[in-house]
Write a protein that binds this ligand. Sequence first.
Ligand code: MN
Length: 247
Amino acid sequence: MKILLCNDDGYRAPGLTVLATALRELATVLVVAPEQNKSGASNSLTLDRPLRLNQIDAELYCVDGTPADCIHVAVTELLDQPPDLVVSGINAGENLGDDVIYSGTVAAAMEGAFLGCPAIAVSLLGPDCAHYVSAANAVTELVRKILGETRREPWLLNVNVPDLPVAALKGTRVTRLGQRHKAASVVHQIDPKGRRVLWIGPSGAGADAGPGTDFHAVEAGFVSVTPLHTDLTAYRMMEGLTTWLGI
Ligand code: MN
């Protein structure tokens, strides 16, 4: 089995290293990850300049681009055949609810799914991120269980792991995405030249975070596994919209 591993925190990130080591117990692992931290890059592709692909080690490459660039380059340029599985992570910090829209971690997995590969995105809850081994364990267990699973459609799983020792995890729950409250306002600062600058503020707390959601599972100490799809169509609105438009 061949696994393509990526992340959005950059190729030097501890979560990536821990996960590569764990997955190499199960499969051949090719790591292609961004040169810099690209958290929040979402699905963006670099289209305004060429990309530089640097080989760091036998099975480790970095790309001076986004997570989606990495998967694209790996599948279309580096590999002769598509990988059996794309894994992205372990991200330093959770990707719950609406986070998946902004996440570069989820985007790398999604790019894999777009290219026809089953894919897993995995994130460890912040802010301390002390237990990468717990997240690595959760992923390897998942991969073991789904080995040999042959589905026609490529699937995409978003996994979030509480920052707890392995023995303290309660189990695994299949969840749906919750939703956050509106993000906090921007943070104002003055730069060294006396000019005003703005930082994007922290994301909001869980709003739709009740039983069944990813927020609820991780809060209770469970590994959360949410199946995702990329069809953003608001099906429930289609009929109403047809009436509004009188068509
Ligand atoms: Mn990140």
